[in-house]
Design a protein around this ligand. Structure first.
Ligand code: GLU
Length: 313
């Protein structure tokens, strides 16, 4: 495979806590996809949120990945090391005249969005059409603005290896937060392009924002990436494994007697690569990996089965 066609994947956790089983499954998919095609794999810590991100969590997350046998090429990347790139991208957007200041609070957006004819999770457009006088009046209130992209309701179709062609209307996403920090949507689009990522693998909670991110990338002149949005994990009750619903970490699984090998086998079985209760070496998983075996339905992870399985490991 020539350098132009080498697949380059990434796993991009926010270092704000321990990875849970669903994150680890997404990481395994991203890694297997890259390695099964002889491709490269980048680890990127998305640490824009300085209050919740920490080097300790980075180390912890890297340790979790390594324990499953996953490796990465080059040192881990970090949003916080790359603000110059985000600033440069923002300047290009300003030159294109596609940014506008937004003075809305979260609460105002939530209220407008949930109104009877509200835009269902999209920015309701309150500040989009402000004239100069309107902006000056709001700026005089002292609240610094965020900066949003004027997306013009562009209809964008992205390619996802699991979901097929996904079309959505690009939202007016924030590119600069009102505390002056680059917004996640800008940072992720810039990094995926500047780090030559060909394939974005991540949780499918980000599928709906993807057309908006692709539109932002188009404006910045980046080539499109291919996506693979991995379904979320739900508990036996069908509820998403959020922290409060007992999202379970590798440490917690270890506490229940579930070894790293057993955990990886559980994840591999959930990806259709081995049967339930079977074991495979990582190299075998690389050989067997096949996107066609993935399904769009959530992974039902019944934690009560883990303890039972650990005895036979
Ligand atoms: N940092 C994001 C998260 O942990 C993932 C974003 C991405 O993979 O594009 O949910």
């Amino acid at each position: 495979m020539g350098p132009m066609t080498t697949l380059r994947g990434r796993f991009a956790p926010s270092p704000t806590g321990a990875l849970h089983a669903g994150n680890l499954r997404t990481a395994l998919v991203a890694w297997l996809q890259a390695r099964s095609s002889g491709g490269e794999f980048v680890l990127r810590f998305e640490d824009l949120d300085r209050l919740t991100s920490s080097p300790q969590w980075e180390q912890h997350q890297a340790g979790d990945l390594a324990a499953l046998g996953l490796d990465w090429d080059g040192p881990p990347q970090r949003h916080s090391d790359r603000f110059d790139l985000y600033d440069a991208a923002e300047r290009r957007l300003r030159d294109l005249d596609v940014l506008y200041p937004c003075f809305c609070t979260r609460r105002e957006i939530a209220e407008a969005a949930s109104a009877p004819h509200g835009p269902m999770g999209r920015y309701p457009g309150t500040c989009r059409h402000l004239d100069t006088a309107g902006r000056q009046r709001l700026a005089a209130g002292g609240r610094p603005p965020a900066w949003r992209l004027r997306a013009g309701d562009a209809e964008v179709t992205v390619r996802d290896r699991l979901h097929g062609e996904v079309t959505g209307v690009a939202d007016d996403i924030v590119v600069r937060r009102n505390d002056g920090v680059p917004a996640y949507n800008l940072a992720v689009v810039v990094d995926d392009a500047e780090q030559d990522i060909s394939d974005v693998v991540r949780g499918d909670d980000l599928l709906t924002i993807t057309p908006s991110q692709a539109h932002l990338g188009d404006l910045l002149g980046y080539v499109r990436r291919t996506y693979l949005h991995v379904p979320l994990v739900v508990g036996a009750d069908g509820q998403r494994l959020a922290k409060r619903h007992g999202a379970i970490t590798r440490d917690q699984l270890a506490g229940r007697g579930c070894s790293d090998v057993r955990l990886r086998d559980l994840l591999a079985a959930s990806l259709g690569l081995i049967g339930d209760g079977e074991h495979a070496e990582l190299a075998e998983l690389v050989d067997r990996f096949d996107v066609a075996r993935l399904t769009t339905s959530p992974w039902v992870f019944d934690i009560s089965t883990v303890t039972d399985l650990s005895g036979s490991a």
